[in-house]
Design a protein around this ligand. Structure first.
Ligand code: GTP
Ligand code: SPV
Ligand code: MN
Length: 581
């Protein structure tokens, strides 16, 4: 294996603190993966699924207190509190050193330290970046192998350079009282202890690719976003790409893998990424995006052949299932995946039947699957150039207020729409579910610096090019008076994508409202759908009373940024209120 002196000396330093029995340098090979799986089957970390029907698939049950991201235990450790901003938890580097660092002392005694060099992004892309994660969890290693490009490819990308994201992780005692996820933007470092769960422990994902990378993007004029990337190919064979930011568990994976309905003959959607996008302008003035990840860490519940057949095809082999249920014949199962089995073992290991009060799978149960196994995987996924983005789409889970789709008037208004985003909370993070909270750009838990400055960065990125993407907002989750979703969603979202792409070409009929351009009656095709014109009207309605309330919520949210709120954002809010009056 290629060696890198900076990595070696850092590993030595960390080993002196954590005192592992052994150090294993991961090469990312199949043989290494297989050996780790054997080890985890033996100690019960993994449970074997039916290998005939589910080749190379395993179940992992996490600790029942360790099933989601812990936003209240996630910290930005910038020198000043102001640089973390009002929406992040802040811990001073000195406090982190005093409070969190001692937890690592001797934490790997009796354990193996795994050193994972990994590359975020395609090999040889100027957008790709190297990270190294040190961990004592073989489950983390196995997941990182699927989610990143692991081993020599990363070391070769780094060469003799010294700049890589340092991530130290230990499951520690899996004790919520001793659980911390700390980010050091200046030194590009992460310390994570006490959790083995996805976003807390797979440090390449939210910790590096969003919290640390958003800092790098601000400094180096690029963007790190919580966005899916997809391509829409027309029957004429032309493919246009869009990137969409929805909060956790609000439909990115599903939209990224959309299967167009039968009415869309000859149309095809290609998946480039389902969770994270890194974007940078090319010399042509277009914004190009890569997916830094190599796998999907997707929400299992609600994922079925009827809603997302591409995800189901992707996860049928070489996948790890976390906190799903398992049937007596060792098939994985979760709510939404076909018929409930007569009998199963739930995610906690308890007997379960369809009459049980508890859910079989945890609402945030996840699958880890290689991206290239997805039937809709874009051939451009490995392109070091990335793909050019025509439109940004923001969205959230909103029972009221937000129409099915609208277009922002211009870039700055689009930034305001992103900054004012709200969504009902989900099981992806611990805490109450179903409460509307502001989640600007779907980045509330992931922006690694002051969110006011982040809005400023977005404004600046738009001003850089006349070819900046057009901006839209969607809502698949609007409900009728009886609490039923008004829109069928999933594959039918293709109808909305089509209008968005038409608008990007200066076509697509629209009505101008105080909040933006909304599709004109009939501009979104409902052919083949069981939706009345009245229902469409409800879906597209802009209610001034609801919006006055929305504007109030945004104003309140903006208020906490004080001087750090760019004046253009205040101006956009004033203009919205004027248009609503
Ligand atoms: P993270 O991986 O947490 O970032 O989430 P994500 O944004 O990728 O969410 P995902 O696509 O996994 O969707 C989460 C939940 O939303 C699932 O239970 C889906 O079934 C549901 N969902 C996704 N798209 C739609 C839609 O168009 N309509 C409705 N009603 N539900 C949807
Ligand atoms: C999310 O919560 O937005 C996820 C899952 O994509 S995690 O990796 O845990 O962040
Ligand atoms: Mn996510």
């Amino acid at each position: 294996m290629t060696r890198n002196a900076a990595i070696e000396s850092w590993v030595k330093e960390m080993a002196a603190v954590t005192q592992p029995d052994r150090i294993h340098w991961c090469d990312g090979s199949q043989a290494e993966y297989d050996a780790l799986v054997q080890l985890m089957l033996k100690d019960g970390t993994l449970i074997e699924l039916d290998q005939q029907k589910w080749p190379n698939c395993y179940l992992h049950r996490s600790h029942s207190s360790d099933v989601a991201r812990v936003e209240h235990l996630t910290f930005i450790c910038s020198d000043s509190k102001d640089d973390a901003g009002p929406t992040n938890n802040w811990m001073s580097p000195a406090d982190a050193k005093a409070k969190v660092w001692p937890l690592f002392s001797g934490c790997m005694k009796g354990r193996t330290m795994y050193v994972i060099p990994y590359l975020m992004g395609p090999a040889s892309s100027r957008l790709s970046k190297v990270g190294v994660e040190i961990t004592d969890s073989p489950y983390v290693v196995a997941n990182m192998r699927t989610m990143t490009r692991m081993g020599n490819v990363a070391l070769e990308h780094l060469g003799s350079a010294t700049e890589f994201c340092k991530g130290l992780h230990s499951i520690g005692e899996l004790n919520p009282e001793k659980r911390f996820i700390c980010h050091f933007p200046k030194s590009r470092e992460i310390w994570s202890i006490g959790s083995g769960y996805g976003g807390n422990a797979l440090l390449g994902k939210k910790c590096f690719a969003l919290r640390i990378a958003s800092n790098m993007g601000r400094d180096q004029e690029w963007m790190a976003e919580h966005m899916l990337i997809l391509g829409v190919q027309s029957p004429q064979g032309v493919t246009k790409y869009v990137a969409a930011a929805f909060p956790s568990a609000c439909g990115k994976t599903n939209l990224a893998m959309l299967v167009p309905p039968p009415e869309f003959k000859g149309w095809k959607v290609w998946t480039v990424g389902d969770d994270i996008a890194w974007l940078r302008y090319g010399d042509d003035g277009q914004l190009w995006a890569i997916n830094p990840e190599a796998g999907f860490f997707g929400v299992a519940p609600g994922t079925g052949d009827d809603t997302n057949p591409n995800a189901i095809a992707a996860l049928r082999k070489n996948s790890i299932f976390t906190n799903v249920a398992v049937t007596e014949d060792r098939q994985p199962w979760w709510e939404g995946f076909g018929k409930p089995p007569a009998k199963a073992t739930d995610w906690k290991g308890n007997p379960w039947t369809p009459d049980s009060k508890e859910k079989a799978a945890h609402p945030n149960a996840r699958f880890t699957a290689p991206a290239k196994q997805c039937p809709s995987a874009s051939p451009e996924m490995e392109n070091p150039k990335g793909v050019p983005i025509s439109a940004f789409i923001f969205g959230g889970r909103r029972a009221t207020t937000m129409p099915l789709v609208f277009q922002a008037f211009d870039w700055n208004h689009g930034v305001f729409v992103g900054a004012g985003m709200g969504s009902e909370t989900t099981a992806a993070a611990t805490g109450a579910v179903g409460i509307v909270r502001r989640d600007p750009f779907a980045m509330l838990p992931f922006c690694g610096y002051n969110m006011g400055d982040y809005f400023g960065h977005w404004l600046k990125m738009g001003a850089k090019s006349a070819k900046a993407p057009k901006v839209f907002h969607v809502n698949w989750f609007r409900k009728d008076k009886n609490g039923k979703f008004l829109w069928p969603g999933f594959g039918q979202n293709m109808r909305v994508l089509q209008w968005i792409l038409e608008r990007c070409e200066g076509k697509g009929a629209a009505t101008t409202t105080p909040i933006g351009h909304v599709p004109a009656a009939g501009a979104i095709s409902t052919q083949g759908l069981d939706i009345s014109p009245d229902q469409m009207k409800d879906l597209l309605a802009v209610d001034k009373t609801e919006w006055a309330n929305e504007a109030k919520g945004i104003a309140e949210f903006f208020g906490q940024f004080g001087e750090r709120l760019p004046p253009a954002m205040k101006q956009q809010l004033d203009e919205l209120n004027t248009r609503l009056a």
